[in-house]
Design a protein. Sequence first.
Length: 106
Amino acid sequence: MNDRGSIKWTAMMMPEHIQLLNDMWKRKEYKEKPVLDEQQLEEINRKLHMAIHKHLSAEITYYADYDYRKITGKLFKIETSEGFIKVDNEHRTKIYLNNILDIKID
């Protein structure tokens, strides 16, 4: 006997129920934001300041939309009072400081 899981029931379901199932499957793929310790935060802060003051290119790993993302470019602005940085790329990407997971300086 071949069990098709919840697929066999979708013909009897309302579209709203199908959408809820699809959303549930999508949420299972979400990644959790890791919690960084104070030493990691200090290291990120040091590298950010070095990159902006020496005009170095950086690869930033950050958390957004339940996933890990990477972006490469030079830092355009660090706005500590607002809590974000801007990366000088084609879109001037805005990344919140509390979402930065790692930074590598080229």
